[in-house]
Design a protein around this ligand. Structure first.
Ligand code: SF4
Length: 321
């Protein structure tokens, strides 16, 4: 892993996108490239114009490197103090403050402490790294103002497949254990199942199992998202799975590279998640985050027949995902 640093300008920023997602009104990001290295990651496509990629001589769509700013906690502390309108901050929205390179500078803990030192702020943690558990002492001191979330992307049996796709993130098994520990400690938790990939985590039985986990770890809400087809992520995921001998999973990923099949996969995923929420939890707690612009008109109509728990993001037929 090639580790780079950069100088960013922002600390806490307003995020209308995450507000629409009902996740947070503000975001903090500790860098521009996350070292967890998930092959399906769409951050490169979103951030491709940022100067830091050119500065370090890497392609925003490349792999095997990270970019962080170790001074982020200072800017976050400044903004947390100065900003008058306060609310929920997501840590982070485009990278992971507990990824290996971020932990080297304790960026997650230091940002968390900076925000929580000021009244009126709530923090929504989102990570794929079990090491966040080491900061639960700090979370416990502000338990009513922190929501703990670790993205869960598959049931634990899929560990071998997921280690190919998410090479530097903690195994899903460990992430689930940390969520259970948070619940046992009386901390607030939420579920983030994102992305649930075809051939890996979209069968109704697998989804029901995931929702049962959410019940077990006391999730206040359940957020779900389909994989974003933007950028080269799906191709890279398919190729890596093929090379590692996971042929069936690779084929399933390859299938949704066709827009029509992606659209079908999203409809099936929504239906399976709604069913599981109704069977074992409460559908009112579901937030299925849906960008409909890449869906076929027929599938949009189908979803509209029963869109319980669906959070529509951007108007239909509008722009990119
Ligand atoms: S944890 Fe998130 S931001 Fe980091 S590589 Fe994976 S998908 Fe991208």
């Amino acid at each position: 892993m090639r580790e780079y640093t950069t100088e960013l300008k922002s600390g806490i920023t307003r995020s209308k996108e995450f507000e629409k997602k009902r996740l947070a009104s503000y975001g903090v990001n500790v860098g521009t490239r996350c070292g967890n290295g998930c092959l399906y990651c769409s951050t490169g496509a979103v951030m491709r114009m940022h100067h830091s990629f050119e500065d370090v001589g890497e392609s925003p769509f490349g792999a095997g490197y990270s970019i962080v700013d170790s001074n982020t906690p200072g800017r976050v502390a400044r903004d947390a103090r100065r900003m008058r309108h306060r609310g929920t901050v997501q840590l982070c929205t485009t990278v992971d403050a507990w990824a290996p390179e971020s932990r080297r500078y304790s960026l997650g803990r230091r940002c968390l402490a900076s925000i929580l030192s000021q009244p009126g702020w709530t923090v929504r943690i989102l990570t794929k790294n079990a090491e966040v558990v080491e900061d639960f002492d700090l979370v416990r001191q502000h338990a009513d103002r922190v929501l703990v979330g670790l993205s869960i992307t598959a049931t634990p049996e899929k560990g071998a497949v997921m280690s190919v796709i998410e090479p530097n993130a903690s195994p899903n098994h460990d992430r689930l254990q940390v969520l259970k520990k948070a619940h046992e400690m009386g901390l607030r938790t939420y579920a983030m199942f994102c992305p649930l990939l075809p051939g890996i985590a979209h069968h109704p039985d697998q989804i029901e199992k995931l929702i049962r986990f959410a019940v077990e770890f006391g999730a206040e809400e359940v957020f779900v998202e389909a994989v974003n087809a933007r950028g080269p992520g799906l191709r890279m995921t398919q190729e890596a799975l093929e090379a590692a001998g996971h042929v069936a999973e690779a084929e399933a990923i390859g299938g949704i590279r066709k827009r029509e099949n992606w659209s079908r996969y999203v409809v099936d995923l929504i239906r399976a998640v709604q069913q599981a929420m109704r069977d074992v939890f409460e559908v009112d707690r579901l937030r299925f985050l849906l960008y409909p612009s890449q869906l076929s008109p027929e599938h949009v109509n189908q979803i509209e027949q029963d869109d319980a728990g669906v959070v529509w993001l951007r108007r239909r037929g509008n722009g990119t995902t």
